[in-house]
Design a protein around this ligand. Structure first.
Ligand SMILES: [Zn+2]
Ligand SMILES: [Zn+2]
Length: 667
């Protein structure tokens, strides 16, 4: 009996050993099967294992059943161990599979975005020929680069909207004045790919990313001395945004980019007439051809979702042609004209676009100080123009637009050249626009925002406020928005007005909501996570926030530095910019407060989601990364639990998006 019981023990232990070995195989099978599962995993070597795993599963179950029956004191605990281990292995396998999918999708993301953009565009215009369009855009790209070096827009202006034309003209004038040449040679276009398509009832927009290499530096016009840049070939990337009216069909022949009337083919004169002299077609209305409305460095580019603007619904109801693009173009022209007026010390550039009262009050800033020096900003750059609100009033409606910009403090002593001081400074200003109550937007002149609203004559900068062609007063706001005031964003008066506007629009939306609920019955439940647009934030902004958060604990470690480099790589941020940003944040006491004060975007949930995505880019998340998110989360009123939940949701959202991307790219 004793022997028998000893034998039993030996048998039991051998069974246990065998079982443990089998469990080991089982666990690795579960993990592996998920990693490759059904996604056409091409790593190789995975196919043989599946069948062996299947046999293993059955054997082990059989073994466990027998153990439970004959040796319950071993069988039962062992079964529990097996279940726990198998579950752990499953979760780990699931995790590996999610990581794998996210990383795999990130490699083909840009192809997928481009495919989506083209598909959407072709739904609007089935005849759209991307190769023809890209070919035209490449030629236009060369024209602009050459014009920039030559400091003359002559040949490269037919396809520019007024907003960008004025900006370039003023920037080129400043370069001439500062005696700087932006030298470019050995230009090679590497690729041109659509990255995003947007459309609303007024306009279609295609954003085209152009990758190129060139030798590019700024030099002194006389001495040839290098000011900045490099004398070796380097890559750069820009995003070009083209607009046209919805429903316009693709041109089969040359148009604005070729310097021809897109309607009749007549060569376009340099004078920037709004109409073709032969067929009278409105050239840059977007009715016949794409018009270029902006050029942005890839790392600075973003398509920010238009926020709910208080008063927008009301003005669109009163003026159906009212559109954001027109306001942005118009404010852009105002901004550049104002910068130019300050630089040249004359009010002329503003005369026809700003009200008399504003021009008069502005005069004092243009005069030299006691030492004879005039102060202004050069090297200006606009980060964003956003409509904050619209107020319908008698006798004039008002629109409030925020301009986030930077400029280098500069001064001019009589008889000397322009002197500039140090780094650019960032500003947030609100441009207050006025227009007669009841006036209507001319949709067709939305992109011709500096032309005479009465007769369409080209931009004029004389000292009179009348159009020199038709004699109508241009700055009275009778038919077009004019500049009433420029105030600092932090001005309490601005806050008061905006609070009033959003309170008024909240009442309206609450009423609408109450009505909708009354009609359809209240629908409870948590809203699903909204899709997040990768391009909703620019690479630079994202890097600024990431760096600020990393520096919250005073230093950036190697792992964090790798994360920064990965982000920079993905979003085309040059090495010099990375260093500049790190230095900037190291110099301030509280990096998070600093970024909140200087950022173009609000610290909201979407921003946290974007930052979480930087951390989740490789699928995994370290404790430091989680802590970092909690630091910023707490500042905007989110608890650690909220952040943990958000991370979980975000990882899942990225996983779902990644699956869509992989599916889309296969199609
Ligand atoms: Zn024509
Ligand atoms: Zn006129």
């Amino acid at each position: 009996m004793r022997r028998k019981s000893q034998l039993r023990k030996v048998f039991a232990w051998s069974l246990l050993l065998l079982a443990v070995t089998c469990i080991g195989i089982l666990i690795s099978e579960v993990a592996f099967a998920r990693a490759g599962g059904g996604q056409g995993y091409s790593g190789g070597g995975g196919s043989g294992r599946g069948s062996r795993g299947g046999g293993g599963d059955l054997e082990i179950v059989w073994l466990l059943i027998r153990l439970i029956i004959y040796y319950p004191h071993i069988g039962i605990p062992l079964t529990i161990v097996v279940i726990v281990l198998a579950k752990k292995g499953y979760i780990k396998g699931e995790d590996t599979y999610v990581d794998y999918t996210i990383v795999k999708a990130s490699r083909v993301k840009s192809d997928s975005f481009s495919k989506v953009a083209l598909t959407q565009l072709k739904q609007r215009d089935p005849a759209f020929d991307e190769n023809f369009f890209i070919g035209r855009a490449k030629k236009a790209f060369r024209l602009i680069q050459d014009a920039w070096t030559a400091r003359k827009l002559d040949k490269a202006q037919a396809f520019l909207s007024d907003g960008i034309f004025e900006q370039f003209n003023i920037q080129l004038a400043e370069m001439r004045e500062k005696r700087i040449i932006d030298h470019l040679e050995a230009l090679e276009i590497v690729s041109a790919t659509p990255v995003k398509f947007q459309s609303d009832k007024n306009f279609d927009v295609i954003h085209l990313r152009i990758d190129a290499t060139a030798i590019n530096y700024r030099k002194d016009e006389k001495t040839g001395k290098l000011i900045n840049g490099s004398r070796s070939v380097e890559p750069f990337a820009e995003v070009w945004s083209f607009m046209r009216k919805p429903g316009v069909k693709t041109l089969k022949k040359g148009g604005l980019m070729e310097g021809q009337c897109p309607n009749c083919g007549n060569p376009i004169q340099i004078g920037r007439l709004s109409k073709c002299e032969v067929c009278n077609a409105l050239l840059r209305s977007g009715e016949y051809d794409w018009v270029l409305t902006s050029i942005t460095q890839a790392c600075e580019w973003s398509v920010r979702p238009d926020r709910a603007v208080p008063g927008l619904d009301a003005i669109v109801a009163a003026d159906p042609g009212f559109n954001m693009q027109h306001i942005k173009e118009r404010v852009s022209v105002m901004f550049w004209r104002k910068a130019e007026a300050e630089r040249i010390g004359k009010i002329e550039p503003l005369r026809k676009i700003a009200r008399n009262e504003f021009c008069d009050s502005q005069q004092q800033w243009l005069k030299p100080d006691q030492s004879g020096a005039r102060r202004f900003y050069t090297g200006c750059a606009v980060g964003a123009i956003d409509l904050l609100g619209v107020e319908l009033l008698e006798p004039d409606d008002n629109a409030f637009a925020e301009v986030i910009w930077s400029g280098i403090p500069s001064f001019l002593m009589p008889g000397k050249g322009i002197e500039t001081a140090g780094q650019p400074i960032n500003f947030r200003h609100v441009f207050v626009l006025g227009r007669k109550h009841g006036a209507k937007t001319k949709l067709e002149s939305s992109l011709a925002s500096s032309h005479c609203p009465s007769c369409g004559a080209p931009e004029q900068t004389g000292n009179e406020n009348e159009c020199s062609y038709c004699g109508s007063v241009m700055n009275d706001g009778k038919s077009e928005w004019v500049l009433d005031a420029v105030v600092d964003r932090s001005d309490p008066k601005v806050k008061e007005i905006l609070d009033r506007l959003s309170a008024a629009s909240k009442v309206i939306s609450d009423e609408a909501h109450a009505k909708a609920v009354a009609k359809h019955g209240a629908k409870g439940g948590v809203a699903a996570t909204q899709p997040l647009d990768d391009f909703g934030i620019s690479g630079i902004e994202l890097l600024r926030w990431t760096v600020a958060m990393m520096l919250a604990d005073g230093h950036i470690d190697n792992k964090e530095m790798k994360m920064i480099r990965d982000l920079a790589d993905k979003r085309d941020i040059p090495e010099a910019r990375i260093q500049q940003i790190i230095d900037e944040f190291k110099a301030v006491i509280d990096p998070v407060v600093h970024v909140m004060q200087t950022s173009k975007i609000a610290a909201d949930n979407d921003l946290l989601r974007h930052i979480a995505r930087v951390a989740l880019a490789d699928g995994k998340l370290t404790t430091e990364e989680t802590d970092m998110l909690k630091t910023v989360g707490n500042k905007i009123g989110l608890t650690s639990i909220d952040i943990n939940m958000m991370l979980k949701r975000e990882r899942n959202a990225i996983f779902q998006e990644s699956k869509d991307i992989l599916r889309n790219i296969k199609r």
